[in-house]
Design a protein. Structure first.
Length: 308
């Protein structure tokens, strides 16, 4: 199965719900009246795309329908995928693109941070980069062991301390070792943080500040978010971004239970690019994000004229 097929399979639940809602809308007729636009916006919001992104998508489509004299709802839906794709934030700076980078991974427990770090380490090493791992999740013993295993699988060094150590000091030591060994990709796993805990977020701010001050390479703070969390994921992203000034997002767990629209909600509202998406636990299941492929998998193809 190709990667697009994996994405499409992972977003099947989101796509099915969206298609059902659109079929109800189209059953009322193809006219581009106020009810159509209101219902389209509501459908996008129900697909977890968020009110801000949904409003912009509908406003842009409505403007295009006027400018290009689109004849009916089917013509508008033909433009939906491209409009969704263009709503995602973009950036020229890619921490995994080949230039020297230090990447901090943040997010709540269970989002898939440690697995994501491990996969990226293997990907970087296979591409010929000199990678080093930092195990700054010193509160969860299993996280240290898990990252050790990924270090072995990727054949890259790891910097770690015993459980309960100061995570900021682990980050400092990791960067020192990276510079001494000439590593060009530093990947640091941090402890899962409940975004509702001010104390824990302040500790994470300390970690990020230490890394930004110490690293000579550009530093990226990347949020790993679980796609199954839906709108709760947007709430998490808002808090992490406010506290840490995020650079981008990796979306994991795009399986059959995923609420895929949350990727668009987070990217659009916070202006954050999606760097990677994960569709499974395998090494090949973390790939570069492609906005057009994602939009097509999320809402499907709407050439309803032949089907009706």
């Amino acid at each position: 199965m190709g990667f697009f097929d994996r994405i499409s399979e992972g977003l099947s639940r989101s796509r099915q719900k969206f298609t059902e809602q659109m079929n109800v809308l189209l059953d009322r007729g193809p006219d581009l009246d106020d009810d159509f636009w209101d219902d389209l916006e509501e459908t996008l919001i129900l697909a977890d795309m968020g009110g801000s992104a949904a409003s912009q998508v509908v406003d842009n489509l409505r403007d295009e329908a006027t400018r290009k004299a689109l004849p009916d709802a089917y013509a508008v839906l033909d433009r939906l995928n491209d409009e969704l794709a263009s709503t995602f934030a973009t950036t020229e700076a890619d921490p995994f693109g080949g230039d020297a980078a230090c990447v901090l991974f943040v997010g709540i427990n269970g989002a898939g941070k440690t697995t994501t770090v491990g996969k990226l380490a293997k990907e970087g090493a296979d591409a010929g980069r000199k990678v080093i791992l930092g195990s700054a999740d010193t509160f969860r013993a299993a996280a240290i062991e898990q990252l050790e295993e990924w270090s072995r699988r990727a054949n890259v060094p790891i910097v770690e301390r015993e459980r309960g150590s100061d995570p900021a000091s682990v980050c400092y030591d990791t960067i020192e070792r990276a510079e001494a060994d000439g590593c060009d990709l530093v990947l640091i796993d941090t402890a899962g943080r409940l975004h509702t805990s001010d104390d824990l977020m302040r500790e994470l701010q300390k970690v990020v500040n230490v890394v930004r001050k110490r690293s000579k390479a550009p530093v990226y703070t990347v949020l790993v978010i679980d796609a199954t969390t839906g709108q709760n994921g947007l709430s998490q992203a808002r808090v992490f971004d406010k506290a840490l000034d995020l650079d981008g997002v990796i979306v994991t767990k795009l399986d059959g239970t995923a609420k895929g629209g949350i990727a668009l909600a987070v990217s659009h509202e916070l202006g954050l690019p999606i760097y990677k998406i994960g569709v499974g636990e395998g090494l090949g299941d973390l790939k570069d994000f492609d906005a057009h492929d994602f939009a097509r998998a999320l809402v499907g193809e709407f050439d309803e004229r032949e089907a009706r």
